[in-house]
Design a protein around this ligand. Sequence first.
Ligand SMILES: NC(=O)CC[C@H](N)C(=O)O
Length: 361
Amino acid sequence: MDKGYLVLETGDIYEGTWIGSQAKASGELVFNTSMTGYQEILTDPSYAGQIMTFCYPLIGNYGVNSLDNESAALHPEAVIISDLCTMPSHYLSIKGFSDHLESEGIPGLCGVDTRAIVKKIRKQGTMKAIISKTPDVQFDTSVDDSASLVQTVSTKQSYTIENDGLHVVLVDYGFKKSMLTALTNAGCKVTVVPYDTTYDKVKSLNPDGVMFSNGPDDPVKLAYLFKEVKAMTEHYPSLGICLGHQMIALSYGSKTDKLLFGHRGANHPVKEVLTGKVWMTSQNHSYVVTEDSINEEIFTVTYRNVNDKSIEGLKHNQLPIETVQFHPEAHPGPDDTQHIFNRFVESMKACKGDRTNAITY
Ligand SMILES: NC(=O)CC[C@H](N)C(=O)O
């Protein structure tokens, strides 16, 4: 097998063995600490534009199955792993990891010193990187990346999943299938709409509530949508998850900042401020809502990350709006916070007919 190189913006070079598709790739180098769930991670649209370094040393051991995809495509630009398992063993496995990368057009490197890469990123932050068959590469500084990658992963057309229960509009910034499943399992009819859908359009759909999904990239690139997001949340019970949380906070005047290396993993503890309970959560984000930008007359902080104390959730003080930075839909990771979807459903039920009955968390 060919050799390949991961070249960092800092000039550091890591050697490995080439796997998957043959094309050179570039992206923002990040890492994920989950011990399992590589298939869900690769199909999470929030990873668009990134090169994923898996911290867990053995990848591919249970193969790839037909059930665990979080979307129809693989989203990272490339993957970096330590040991590749070439003899997967699982009764549901239909493909090996490397074949999967190849058939989906994603290149990767295995046999790489991933611990060294993670130590580097933890110190110097996430950064641009290239994987290539030669170590002599040039970073293209002329690329215009002002347009959000949300445009590339969001649906182009609205569509509806029929059900007997409450009607939820899901604003698709690149949603994970498990979010949709959480709603349909609760009996909801769901209309998935493109990321740039206006309040007027949502109103014409007459929903009981609006959910704002996860998605890639810097939320500030979507500043032209804040007015619409705010209008939707002012009129319907709303739940924002990850990018959705950031979009709602920004639309009410809060600010976001980029973490040095982000939170990506399946065991991030968050503390619920009201009860003092600690929940284990699945996380995948670079950006956080900043502490001093919260207007306490509008929002209350509901959850905080136990490790770095960053804001992990907000509730509006008057309206039925809840937002979480972590992933209650899990996949990969624990589903300990699934009750957040139930709370959203309860709040929609309470609002039906009379918004003054709205439950706020
Ligand atoms: N999973 C997400 O929705 C991520 C949100 C945003 N792209 C971030 O990195 O912070």
